[in-house]
Design a binder for this molecule. Structure first.
Ligand SMILES: NC(=O)c1ccc[n+]([C@@H]2O[C@H](COP(=O)([O-])OP(=O)(O)OC[C@H]3O[C@@H](n4cnc5c(N)ncnc54)[C@H](OP(=O)(O)O)[C@@H]3O)[C@@H](O)[C@H]2O)c1
Length: 248
């Protein structure tokens, strides 16, 4: 998301500084943040840690959010945008999903660390790209697994449009953004594999508790419903070559 958002904002003529470890900023250690933020109007937290462990997720997201909130205050930042996940902070949803407990800690640390008027939380549904990410990490040879997650997925590019709006709008409120259809994330993985031919087999697996599978991640009334369907995203992400089209 950080990459997509930077590209989007720059295309809109907005100056962006990428505060990441390669540019001398460690948001977890809290180093370089004030220097990176000084002179900016808005900070967007697109940080992530890849873990299923609650302890690791809570520590990472809670610490980064607290550090960013302190540095943003010191640097006089007017708005901090936190990128979170629809319903992830709900204890009924995240009871058996450690990563989402981390997102709950992140939202809380921002609420505790910033005045309400300076915090904007953009809660997105899962991205199509998440299925690809999971097939990369839960893979053994020709077999990959994707968790059964009933959700309203969308593309990173569509989500970036809305995050950019939260950055540039004169006034911004917390919003929920979701894709056009309710799908099982495991089916997104299977669709990618069908298109690309790899991995050969994709299995849906039950992880993270029943709430993840039975629709608790699906928003009741999202503020924004994006347009790109799974089929359209696959066409864009994996364009058919002339020879593949020829073979049907
Ligand atoms: N995947 C989804 O479906 C989804 C949906 C809704 C919301 N979200 C949220 O969106 C956010 C971004 O997700 P993503 O998939 O784009 O993440 P990602 O691809 O894993 O990228 C994570 C970024 O965090 C940076 N980072 C990690 N540790 C850092 C540190 N100590 N200091 C500074 N930067 C650090 C990394 O930069 P360096 O490693 O270069 O420093 C990298 O740019 C996450 O908070 C996630 O929960 C994800």
């Amino acid at each position: 998301m950080g990459r997509a958002l930077c590209d989007r904002l720059r295309a809109q003529g907005i100056e962006v500084f990428e505060a990441q470890r390669s540019t001398g900023v460690d948001a977890y250690a809290g180093t370089g943040l004030v220097e990176a933020f000084t002179g900016a109007d808005v900070v967007v937290d697109c940080t992530n840690v890849t873990t299923t462990r609650a302890k690791t997720a809570i520590d990472f997201f809670g610490t980064v959010a607290a550090n960013v909130a302190i540095a943003a205050t010191q640097a006089g930042i007017g708005r901090v945008v936190c990128l979170s996940i629809i319903n992830a902070a709900d204890p009924e949803v995240n009871a058996k999903f450690g990563y989402y407990q981390g997102k709950a800690a992140q939202e809380k640390a921002y609420r505790d660390g910033l005045d309400a008027g300076r915090l904007v939380v953009v809660r997105s549904a899962q991205w199509y790209e998440l299925a690809r990410q999971m097939m990369g990490s839960l893979r053994a040879g020709p077999v990959a697994a994707v968790p059964h997650m009933r959700c309203r997925p969308l593309s990173v590019a569509d989500a970036a449009v809305e995050v950019a709006r939260a950055v540039t709008a004169p006034v911004a409120d917390d919003i929920e953004i979701a894709g056009p259809d309710v799908l099982d994330l495991a089916d997104v993985g299977k669709a990618i594999a069908r298109r690309t031919g790899s991995p050969k087999w994709v299995f849906g697996v039950n992880v993270g508790g029943a709430a993840i599978r039975d629709g608790h991640l699906v928003p009741d009334h999202p503020d924004v419903v994006t347009q790109t369907s799974l089929d359209q995203w696959i066409e864009q992400a994996y364009p058919a070559t002339a020879s593949a089209v020829g073979r049907g």
